[in-house]
Design a protein around this ligand. Structure first.
Ligand code: 3PG
Length: 215
């Protein structure tokens, strides 16, 4: 089984995608992939999200990793996996999603927002967590503090990350991947401006790679 950590290491940039119309899913995922990003987190925040996962799973891409985000219950976890999600993400640690994923061997990326939550996740055996909402809980400085006490816990910050602060996050030692919606802006999706999404993903990936190279 691929671990959540391996998925994050491979992604480096995790687009947090909200789909309002199923037909947006495929061109959006293709645009991301052409920009070098073939790991996608589709949030379960709209009526179209499960249909979007199904659509992407049906497209049967050889390398793309499909995730479902904002998974808040075991029921949602089950529905997302049935629709084709290969890993699950939550904004916090959702105990029933944790239990579901352990039972079914599904990679799970729970969220944390405090040192105590990070310690609890590590005690449960997690070697990677999402930090959400990263911008509101201290940004890169919080992640640095976390790395000093839990150096072996990899993090994927999301929440408030954009093209301007991306490099500051990517530079932090424990950051293996940076996530967010800035690469997939709603107006561009609505207007079918997938070329812009392609450009944003390419640019973001370069920023992260460069920040890691210089770190
Ligand atoms: C998430 O679910 O990770 C967040 O909604 C992403 O936050 P952002 O929209 O600020 O990038």
């Amino acid at each position: 089984m691929t671990s959540a950590l391996a998925i994050l290491q491979r992604a480096r940039v995790m687009p947090v995608v909200t789909i309002n119309r199923v037909e947006e899913a495929k061109p959006l995922a293709d645009a991301l992939e052409q920009g070098g990003i073939d790991v996608v987190e589709v949030t379960l925040r709209t009526d179209a999200s499960l249909g979007a996962l199904e659509e992407l799973a049906k497209a049967g891409h050889p390398t793309r990793m499909l995730g479902a985000g904002t998974v808040l219950s075991a029921e949602q976890a089950q529905a997302a996996v049935a629709a084709g999600a290969e890993f699950l993400v939550s904004p916090g640690m959702v105990e029933e999603v944790h239990a579901y994923c352990r039972q079914h061997g599904v990679p799970y990326l729970p969220g944390i927002a405090t040192v105590t939550e990070a310690l609890s996740a590590a005690a449960l055996g997690y070697d990677a967590v999402k930090v959400f909402p990263a911008g509101s809980v201290g940004g890169p400085r919080f992640l640095e503090a976390l790395a000093s006490v839990l150096p072996n816990l990899a993090v994927c910050p999301t929440g408030g990350i954009n093209a301007d602060n991306l490099a500051d996050y990517a530079r932090v030692a424990n950051v293996v991947c940076v996530g967010g919606s800035w690469i997939v802006p709603q107006p561009e999706i609505r207007q079918g401006n997938f070329q812009e999404i392609n450009k944003l993903s390419e640019k973001s990936l370069k920023v992260v790679q460069e920040a890691k190279r210089l770190a």
